[in-house]
Design a protein around this ligand. Structure first.
Ligand SMILES: NC(=O)c1ccc[n+]([C@@H]2O[C@H](COP(=O)([O-])OP(=O)(O)OC[C@H]3O[C@@H](n4cnc5c(N)ncnc54)[C@H](O)[C@@H]3O)[C@@H](O)[C@H]2O)c1
Ligand SMILES: O=P(O)(O)OC[C@H](O)CO
Length: 446
């Protein structure tokens, strides 16, 4: 990868920073403490990042990203093994492709940070493998999730647990990472079972729609469990992060910067850079809505259309993501769409994601084979989020009479349920959409 010269990167970081971002430096110090050797150690990028961070290390609301370092705020007691260590204890709820990578990331940091208990418990939706063994037993024996993340060592300190209640027992930091359709039932099972002082983070890209409107999953988690819930989204194809290829992610937090710092500390590594911004809804909607655009991108690929068409679909999709997010939550910041959770995730998903892949197969088959059938055939048990999300978004469009404002979203849903042929992905009436898409201040005509 080509690293930008120091001055260009510094300018970029400055430009990208907004008043709702927080952060603090300390990567080099942290690495020195924990013996972590950064992938860019001694390189211009590292120097530039440190240079920028050093300006405002103690000034919240001035930094984009900060690295893992010990943070002295009230930790809850750790009593799992009869000990009272005063350390954070992390549990991961979910063990699919990304859930397993999340466990690997936090397990690395659990070992290298003194304020986090070494053991990371990971809840596994138990299943029996073809050889008759239980998935949890195989994970605990080899430290590899052979079904959802083969060939990747999760870490000696990851313990797979089929018991949801036991997984969260005594945990002070709960990482939610299951396909979004299972979250509500998991939360109901966890009611009254989690430490009331725990904090949660959702890595789940999706939302629920209730009779009185859409509900983001972070809110659903808070509603059911009564605990704070941040989100982590980004351009993060799990298999690439698992191979420790350089990636970025965005934490969206509500208000408490110490909570945001705890999550950054739990996830950030030298190859996984994490920025935190005070825009939970914006970050979560980026991760949720890009999956709908990825389905559209897959249709374009399956129809044999070229890069220009895909770029056009992505541009329109991004506009609809921004418009929809801001209509739902006027507080959503424009700057959020320029973080990893926004345009970067849109790009990676539209080129390399599972939603794109299955949608391509759907269009190639002329819509004659269902998404369920193709998902089972192509993903080996992994789950698509985009088709369900397109349906959920469509419910909102119908309920609020917004269908004409979001023709791409509406068309994706209609194609996915077989009401329109895949070719209509570039054949919708976007007259009213143009009012939303075009910014009069830049003088676009036609
Ligand atoms: N995979 C990625 O590259 C990636 C990256 C970033 C975010 N995400 C998001 O992470 C979330 C989780 O995705 P993933 O990739 O970890 O999962 P996955 O799609 O790889 O795996 C599906 C998981 O669902 C579990 N499951 C199946 N039936 C279940 C049930 N009834 N109840 C509970 N669990 C059940 C399976 O055991 C498995 O762990 C999704 O919202 C996804 O959008 C994924
Ligand atoms: O493989 P997808 O389409 O579920 O996308 C994976 C991630 O969300 C990419 O960041």
């Amino acid at each position: 990868m080509r690293i930008p010269p120091r001055s260009i990167l510094a300018d970029f970081l400055k430009l990208g920073r907004t008043s709702n971002e927080v952060g603090c430096g300390g990567r080099a110090a942290s690495r020195a403490r924990h013996g972590i050797r950064g992938v860019y150690s001694g390189h211009g990028l590292e120097a530039a990042v440190l240079n920028i961070r050093s300006v405002g290390c103690n000034q919240l609301h001035s930094m984009t990203t900060w690295a893992p370092f010990a943070i002295g705020h009230g930790y809850h007691s750790d009593v799992r093994a009869g000990e009272n260590t005063g350390k954070e204890r992390i549990a991961v709820i979910g063990s699919g492709n990304w859930g397993s990578v999340a466990a690997k990331l936090v397990a690395t940091n659990a070992l290298s940070h003194e304020n986090i208990h070494d053991e990371v418990r990971m809840w596994v939706f138990e299943e029996t493998l073809a050889n008759g063994e239980k998935l949890t037993q195989v994970i605990n024996k080899n430290k590899i999730n052979v079904k959802y993340l083969p060939n990747v060592n999760l870490g000696v300190n990851v313990v797979a647990d089929p018991n949801l209640e036991n997984t969260v027992k005594d945990a002070t930091m709960l990482v939610f990472c299951t396909p979004h359709q299972f979250v509500e039932s998991i939360c109901k099972q966890l009611q009254g079972k989690v430490n009331p002082n725990a904090k949660a983070i959702s890595l789940i890209k999706g939302m629920e729609v209730k009779p009185d409107g859409p509900v983001m999953l972070s809110k659903l988690i808070t509603k059911h469990l009564g605990i704070d819930c941040s989100v982590l989204m980004g351009a993060n194809i799990a298999n690439e992060v698992a191979m420790e290829q350089f990636s970025e992610a965005t934490v969206g937090y509500k208000a408490d910067t110490s909570i945001a710092k705890s999550w950054v500390q739990a996830f950030a590594t030298p190859y996984f850079h994490v920025a935190a911004i005070k825009d939970v809804e914006g970050v979560e909607l980026c991760g949720t809505l890009k999956n709908v655009v990825a389905i559209a991108a897959g249709f374009v690929d399956g129809l044999g259309m070229g890069n220009n068409t895909k770029a056009a679909i992505m541009r329109i999709g991004l506009k609809e993501m921004i418009g929809f997010s801001k209509l739902l939550f006027p507080t959503v910041s424009d700057a959020t769409f320029f973080e990893s959770c926004g345009v970067a995730d849109l790009i990676t998903t539209c080129f390399g994601g599972r939603n794109r892949k299955v949608a391509e197969a759907y269009a190639r088959n002329g819509g004659k084979r269902s998404f369920d059938e193709l998902e089972a055939e192509l993903l080996g048990g992994q789950k698509l989020q985009g088709v369900l999300t397109a349906g959920e978004v469509f419910q909102v469009l119908k309920a609020r009479n917004w269908e004409k404002k979001f023709p791409l979203f509406a068309t994706v849903h209609k194609i996915a349920i077989g009401h329109l042929p895949p070719s209509t992905i570039v054949d919708y009436d976007n007259e009213s959409a143009q009012k939303l898409h075009r910014n009069p201040s830049v003088g676009v005509i036609g």
